[in-house]
Unconditional design. Structure first.
Length: 219
């Protein structure tokens, strides 16, 4: 079992920039399932785009401070999970997708459809288009195994290596289990894994850190 990796070390090992358009989305989210008083529409999200390896330290510090300092109108803090996009995103592809969407909204408005709300949240639209499957870079691709239990991880990793003949590139302990970054393999080869609670994801968010909300005075 590997030790939990320090966030900046993980981000530096994880992020690859193989062409000028590659970038990663660093995401912090406080979710309804962790804070029952939140509704789905009230989930709190912070996002940063890492465009270069030199961005990592600054963008990580900013997003973590946002998590630590956030308070609602009543001074309540919330727990946050920080993730990084598993696969690099292509910023050029995302912008083309967004331009096509803008043209569609303009056409709809000319036909009497009110799209004013969409035009007011362009930054959020850019992040959304970055995370679309069509915006994933072609320069590299990884799978992620979301292992959702704390025990038998060494047994699982050994069986995984024996069957897929590939090594785990990155491993990070999550709050409830582990995230494993691995090169793509034939998922039909996964036989004999029924005793484990896991899911193979072809494009996902890789766990970086859990930030516990600390309630105190309103900031």
């Amino acid at each position: 079992m590997a030790d939990k990796m320090e966030p900046r070390e993980l981000l530096n090992k994880h992020c690859e920039f193989n062409n000028p358009y590659d970038c990663y989305v660093l995401l912090a989210v406080s979710r309804k399932k962790d804070t029952p008083e939140l509704t789905n529409s009230q989930e709190i999200v912070f996002r940063e785009v890492i465009k270069h390896i030199k961005d990592i330290d600054r963008k990580y510090k900013r997003i973590k401070l946002n998590c630590q300092n956030y308070r609602d109108d009543n001074g309540k803090a919330y727990p946050f999970y920080i993730y990084i996009s598993l696969n690099a995103r292509n910023a050029k592809k995302a912008n083309i997708l967004m331009m096509n969407k803008l043209l569609l909204w303009l056409e709809e408005e000319s036909n009497g459809v009110d799209r004013s709300k969409m035009f007011k949240k362009m930054a959020g639209n850019f992040y959304s288009h970055l995370m679309k499957p069509e915006s994933r870079t072609k320069s590299q691709k990884y799978f992620m195994i979301d292992y959702d239990e704390k025990d038998k991880i060494d047994e699982f990793k050994k069986l995984l290596k024996d069957i897929t003949e590939t090594n785990i590139i990155l491993e990070q302990e999550t709050k409830n289990g582990y995230h494993l970054k691995i090169k793509p393999f034939n998922r039909n080869e996964l036989v004999g894994f029924s005793d484990f609670d896991y899911e193979v994801k072809t494009d996902a968010n890789f766990f970086v850190e859990y930030v516990e909300g600390k309630n105190g005075n309103k900031i």
